[in-house]
Design a binder for this molecule. Sequence first.
Ligand code: ATP
Ligand code: MG
Length: 300
Amino acid sequence: MKADTITKSARKLSRSFRVTNGKKFRLQDFDPGNTLGFTDEDKPKAKKALAAGVKALADLQDKLYAQDQWAVLLIFQAMDAAGKDGAIKHVMSGINPQGCEVHSFKAPTSEELDHDYLWRCSKRVPERGRIGIFNRSYYEETLVVRVHPQILGKQKLPQKLLTKNIWDERHQDIRAFERYLNRNGVIVRKFFLHVSKEEQKNRFLERIDQREKNWKFSTTDSHERKYWDDYQSAYEEMIRATATQESPWYVIPADHKWFTRTVVAAAVIDALHSLDLAYPKVGKDQLAELAAAKAELLAE
Ligand code: ATP
Ligand code: MG
């Protein structure tokens, strides 16, 4: 497939799932089982498209790295077993590890709790020329913390700041942080892998039944499932409040892993392509230096 064709289809595919203005966003309008009409029979074709996409991504990343101006931050959020790890692994499989970093954010340590909640994440914002991936992120502050407000109690915040506005304030601060990053040349793309409750159950059962998947299952995961509806409404409000033109959310159907991965790759290609990346141009002086170096080598 030609690079141009890949770019165009990546744009078309990913934009069906992009949210740039959250005002009218409703999670129920997005079907976790959606595959845009492609069936399991199209899986081999989708795999081929993904492979071509991964190759295109590698070429774009090479330019991003060489140009050394923009940075790309990809944020992954999802319910357990929605396929974050697999999506990250497959989509990033072809790219140069030197230009990419993945950070996973778990329950904060006591050192982290001694700081504002963006502290641990802002330290991990990618350098120019790099792609940074957050496997969970500061968005947990309006998800798990909102669903279990007792976690807030451990954050050592002054009592006076714990008002009913805290979630709105967090959304505002996150928007402002992302706008700041954007104005500094760090582009942010956010992915919500949207899995259905039914499919999560199937995947949990698989993790319990298959020995080699046992390590992936924890009883806290099935405990969190009891709060499913609370999480869904927290996700909905979060997307409504933080989807912007510069830092869009992608609400990606996650019941079919092959489809999820193809759409994620497409969105990353579209993001990189929007940057008009190019290898740095070599000036006259540098060309003369290159010619001189070549002459010296040949004369050895
Ligand atoms: P896996 O797919 O391997 O299970 P995971 O991302 O679920 O990966 P875990 O170690 O199972 O990793 O879970 C991390 C946990 O940390 C999640 O339950 C998440 O909600 C929690 N967490 C992340 N950030 C925060 C936070 N700021 N405050 C409280 N809990 C958090
Ligand atoms: Mg987990």
